[in-house]
Every structure is written in C-alpha cells, then in structure tokens.
Design a protein around this ligand. Structure first.
Ligand code: GTP
Ligand code: MG
Length: 197
C-alpha cells in the first residue's frame, strides 16, 4: 500500500474527544524517545507531520493523522520519562491507558522497542498488561540503523527469546529504521491486510 494523503486532524487529552466515525486506527506506543513520531513521519513520507525531538517527552497528547482519507495513524505520548515527575507521569499514563482501553476504533497497537536495548522491565510489564486486557498488538523494533548486521539480529533474537518466557505465541514483529526506511513496506502491507479483514 502507498500513502497518497496524510493530514493532521486533532490533538486530545481526552479519548472521548477523539474523532467520531468508524475509520480503523493504528496507534504507536512505547517509551519516550523510542521513535514513535519519527516512525509516523517515515511511514507517511512527511518529515514534519508528527513533531519529533532528541529530548524525550515531546509528544504529550493523543494525535490523530488521517491517512488516504479512510484510516488513522495515532501518535501517543511515551511512557517512562522520569523527568516528567510523578504527577506528570501519572497524567500521561492516564491518557495512554484510557485511549488503549476505551478507543473501540483502535484496530492494532504497535509497541515500539529500541532495538539497541536489552529487554527492559517497563516494556515487558506494559506488554503483559496489554495481554491481560486483550489488546491486539504487534512489536516494532526501532532505530535498526544504529546496529550493524549481525548485532541487530542477535539482539532481536534475544528479545524474542525473553518474550517467549512470557508468551507461548508471539505477536507479529517488525524491524524498522526511520533513518533508512527499513520495515516501511512490511508495516504498511500489514496495516493494509488488517484494513481488508
Ligand atoms: P516522545 O514523543 O518524546 O515520546 O518520543 P518519540 O518516541 O516520538 O521519539 P521521536 O520520534 O521524537 O524520536 C526521538 C529521537 O530519536 C529523535 O532524535 C529522532 O531523530 C531519533 N530517531 C527516531 N527514530 C530513529 C531511527 O530509526 N534511527 C535513528 N538513528 N534515530 C531515530
Ligand atoms: Mg513523539
């Protein structure tokens, strides 16, 4: 699938105010700075569509982008940014959780994991929570350009092994880079396949 049209629609703190209608949506979640907003820009081919920053904590709201006039990409705030302070983190957590648990149009959640890092408790706990709540999700390894060939595969296999300790069956996973567009076709084809179901 190709994206011929991508437009920003609205930012919200409240899931009830997200766009009405039944268009399916695909949301991106993960730790602050993992590359959620960059991935949306990479997929749409529009560099400045979602706001990105080298400093964590950039995205603070639920952001809807209408794609090809009939489905949405949704950029969510990241979790686990300690500098936000306890209160700030709790507020962001509430926004994320209410969106994930209550947004019926959310067809699939992409959980982004930095491919350079060893498995982190915060991500594993979050994935566990998704499982407990029956949320459909896939895993997206980001920043693959930062690891060379063999190391990338070794690291990803380690991560999958760790997930296997928790899960008998693993969800689909993708290896991506917003720098060199790795994984773009695979992700868009996957979304297209779900859209057709
Ligand atoms: P928050 O909105 O703060 O939660 O962060 P985010 O997950 O949206 O991350 P964002 O897309 O803003 O990217 C964070 C930083 O990582 C930026 O400096 C990006 O340029 C960089 N980055 C994101 N994706 C990639 C990638 O695939 N490769 C490389 N090398 N850098 C990346
Ligand atoms: Mg962001």
């Amino acid at each position: 699938m190709e994206i011929s049209n991508a437009e920003f629609v609205i930012s919200n703190t409240d899931v009830e105010k997200c766009p009405a209608g039944t268009f399916p949506e695909y949301a991106f979640i993960g730790r602050s700075n993992v590359g959620k907003s960059s991935l949306i820009n990479m997929l749409t081919g529009r560099k400045g569509l979602a706001m990105t920053s080298s400093t964590p904590g950039k995205t603070m709201l639920i952001n809807h982008f209408l794609i090809n006039k009939n489905w949405y990409l949704v950029d969510l705030p990241g979790y686990g940014y300690a500098k936000r302070g306890q209160k700030g983190q709790e507020q962001i957590q509430r926004i994320i959780e209410s969106y994930i648990l209550r947004r019926k149009q959310m067809t699939n959640l992409f959980v982004l994991i930095d491919s350079r890092l060893d498995p982190q408790a915060i991500d594993l706990d979050f994935i566990e929570w998704l499982g407990e709540n029956g949320i459909p999700f896939s895993i997206v390894f980001t920043k693959a350009d930062k690891l060379k060939g063999g190391r990338l595969n070794t690291h990803i296999n380690l991560y999958l092994k760790k997930l296997h300790e928790q899960w008998e069956e693993l969800p689909p996973y993708f290896v991506t880079s917003s720098e060199n567009r790795m994984g773009r076709k695979e992700l868009l084809d996957y979304i297209e396949k779900i859209n057709k179901e």
